[in-house]
Ligand binder design. Structure first.
Ligand code: SF4
Length: 390
């Protein structure tokens, strides 16, 4: 099946400060100087001008400006990017243009400008409404700033606002998470992304936990926190549609679901990933990763616009594994029919052992004609399920 549209992801790596648990490709910029911003934006435009050819003929479905902290860019810079992406993929306007925003005074004042630049969806990095938790996360903002920023999103006319929460923060209790959820419901977002704090090796927090200087909440408490998220939010009409994503019906993220559905995404900027379209030479698509270092990416983009390393064409085996673990992230799971249409047989044909094992353990469930999805228990142990398909 050939795809007819593309999502574009633009990575802006600058952050006011680097949080000690962060594993994203980021660079501390305090403040972001105008010449550095201009150079980065010019390199993005150059990369877009070259890389669009690999996605030629596709219509633009979504644009996602993520980071880092893309709201550190001036609205005029964002406007240039939005315009250039729309010009590169002519056709109907994309359904969704998302900007990640961190709670801060400067960014709050820019919200009307971002809206004028074309942004129609905001993802606000609240993380918690508790100052103690924010401090332990090393975040630059306080709860009151998050509240003011959320109020400002509505004042600026944004009708599609997503709110990020983190659970499992050192010192956090299930009661703290209940309070965060109550305040989330009181704000009334269209979308919520709720993640368990995960500490990747090499981050300062992973080192602190390994040395015993930082203690994570007991596992039972984290399970209770994770269970509370879909339960409390469902009661407010915000329903889980993916492991970490919940939305009011009709507000599921157009862009994010492209990754779980393995659809084309052009990734621009430092450390960005692209999922290239399927074609005769890549029947299951291809992946391409940009350099994670700022200078390495800038130099490559400025030299010839093609910052990405060579594309890795997906083998049938790799693509089948991806189809399983990405599909299982979504609440509706992996549908057997499209899987068989792409790979020649349904999931059981290739993954009989793990499927039987997970069915017996109650981690996945099956519905005719062989569709598979995680159970609520399986969602809590999703990493060990996914590993079996990699
Ligand atoms: S603000 Fe977000 S992207 Fe930036 S360092 Fe903190 S966690 Fe990472």
């Amino acid at each position: 099946m050939r795809d007819r549209n593309v999502g574009v992801y633009v990575h802006v790596p600058f952050c006011e400060r680097v949080c000690p648990y962060c594993d994203f490709p980021v660079v501390a910029a305090r403040p972001l100087r105008a010449p550095d911003e201009d150079r980065y934006v010019a390199a993005l435009l150059r990369e877009l001008a070259v890389r669009r050819a690999d996605f030629a003929g596709l219509e633009l479905a979504s644009l996602y400006l993520g980071g880092g902290t893309p709201s550190l860019l001036r609205p005029a810079s964002l406007g240039r990017l939005v315009e250039a992406v729309a010009e590169a993929f002519p056709g109907a306007a994309p359904a969704e243009i998302t900007l990640e925003v961190n709670p801060s005074t400067v960014e709050r004042e820019r919200l009307p400008g971002f809206r004028e630049a074309g942004v129609n969806r905001l993802s606000v990095g609240v993380q918690s409404f508790d100052d103690a938790a924010l401090k332990r996360l090393g975040r630059a903002h306080r709860a009151e700033t998050a509240r003011e920023t959320l109020a400002a999103t509505r004042a600026a006319g944004f009708a599609n606002v997503s709110l990020d929460l983190i659970v499992g923060v050192p010192g956090q209790t299930p009661a703290d998470v209940e309070r965060d959820l109550a305040e989330t419901v009181a704000f009334g977002p269209e979308h919520v992304s709720a993640y368990a704090l995960s500490l990747e090796p090499g981050t300062p927090y992973a080192g602190a936990v390994a040395r015993g200087r930082l203690v994570l909440p007991p596992e039972d408490d984290v399970v209770r926190m994770l269970e509370a998220v879909p339960e409390r939010l469902a009661a407010a009409g915000i329903l889980a549609y993916e492991i970490s994503s919940l939305a009011r019906p009709g507000f599921e993220s157009v862009h994010n679901r492209r990754y779980w559905e393995r659809r084309p995404v052009l990734g621009l900027g430092m450390g960005a990933w692209s999922c290239e379209p399927r074609g005769p030479e890549a029947p299951h698509g291809a992946r391409r990763a940009n350099p994670r270092g700022l200078e390495a990416w800038l130099e490559a983009a400025e030299r010839d616009g093609s910052a990405g390393a060579a594309a890795e064409v997906l083998s049938p085996a790799t693509a089948r594994g991806e189809a399983m673990f990405l599909g299982l992230r979504a609440t509706r799971g992996v549908a057997a029919e499209p899987f068989a249409a792409e790979f020649g047989a349904p999931p059981r044909h290739f993954f009989a052992d793990p499927i039987e094992r997970f069915l017996a353990a109650g981690l996945i469930e099956e519905a005719p004609p062989g569709d598979l999805r995680l159970t609520p228990h399986g969602r809590l142990l999703s990493d060990s399920v996914f590993e079996a398909f990699v």
